[in-house]
Design a protein around this ligand. Structure first.
Ligand code: ADP
Length: 251
């Protein structure tokens, strides 16, 4: 099933930089779609559009349509808060709130009005399990999140996103600052999560894309050059630029 359908999406920043050119892409539910390509290709910009972070002042023009469950999320009337609950994002640098481990996860639910302790306890535990962090923190949930290692903080940020029960999880180079153990745990978590969620990731490198992705989208200078199943793109790329990128001729 197509969860996100992107039609003729183009974006220009206020300084005149054209970052996305006429992108057409169908992102499937319960798959991990990896956006690959050299830095500056438009991957972060693309993820920001899906979450309407492009509403910020640095974007001048967005055109085209982005349909999530058949609703065009670029519609100015759209409830952006609701969208951001449905489409969670994890950034490359973990930014826990200056609160306890527990509160980092319960906070969003409490803001949304949930007060029942038992519901919050259950949600916190579930999210920590899903993010492969529970075993490391279950006996110190009231410690400050700042006391966790960088890799644990990143998994906490993933757990925080999951607690809000999104349908789509986007991750922008989530392991670029992480040790190999935490990287592996995040990758393990994603492979489990895709059973329930739609996952879009800008991976740290092409090796990571190979380990986790089902579908690959190759972005180069704002254009989507090629899109397809990972094994097809890796073994029989249709475009010579894709071939050159995955074989490491440029990067
Ligand atoms: P990637 O994630 O693939 O590295 P980005 O989406 O970050 O690519 O960047 C795509 C292009 O948009 C680059 O040329 C980048 O310099 C430009 N860009 C990104 N953010 C901004 C911004 N806030 N203002 C102006 N140009 C930007």
């Amino acid at each position: 099933m197509d969860k996100v359908v992107i039609e003729n999406l183009s974006l220009k920043y206020s300084d005149g930089t054209e970052s996305l050119f006429n992108i057409n892409l169908r992102i499937q539910a319960n798959k991990i779609t990896a956006l690959i390509g050299p830095s500056g290709g438009g991957k972060s910009t693309f993820l920001r559009v899906l979450n309407r972070l492009n509403d910020l002042a640095d974007v001048a023009e967005v055109s085209g349509r982005v349909l999530i469950d058949d609703v065009n999320i670029l519609d100015p009337e759209l409830d952006v808060i609701e969208l951001r609950r449905k489409v969670g994002i994890v950034f490359s640098r973990p930014l826990p709130l200056p609160l306890s481990i527990y509160q980092n996860i319960s906070y969003g639910l409490e803001v949304a009005g949930e007060k029942r302790r038992s519901v919050l306890d259950e949600a916190v535990e579930r999210a920590l399990h899903l993010a492969e962090l529970w075993d490391e923190v279950h006996d110190r949930l009231n410690d400050p999140a700042a006391a966790l290692s960088g890799g644990q903080q990143q998994r906490l940020c993933l757990a925080r996103t999951l607690a809000l029960k999104p349908e789509i999880i986007m991750l922008d180079e989530p392991t670029s600052a992480l040790d190999p153990v935490s990287t592996l745990k995040i990758e393990t978590s994603l492979l489990e999560l895709k059973k329930e969620y739609t996952i879009i990731i800008a991976p740290h490198n092409t090796q990571q894309a190979g380990r986790v992705a089902d579908m690959l989208a190759f972005f180069l200078q704002g254009e989507l050059i090629e899109y397809g199943p990972v094994e097809e793109i890796y073994t029989r790329p249709k475009d010579s630029r894709t071939q050159d990128y995955i074989t490491g001729k440029f990067g």
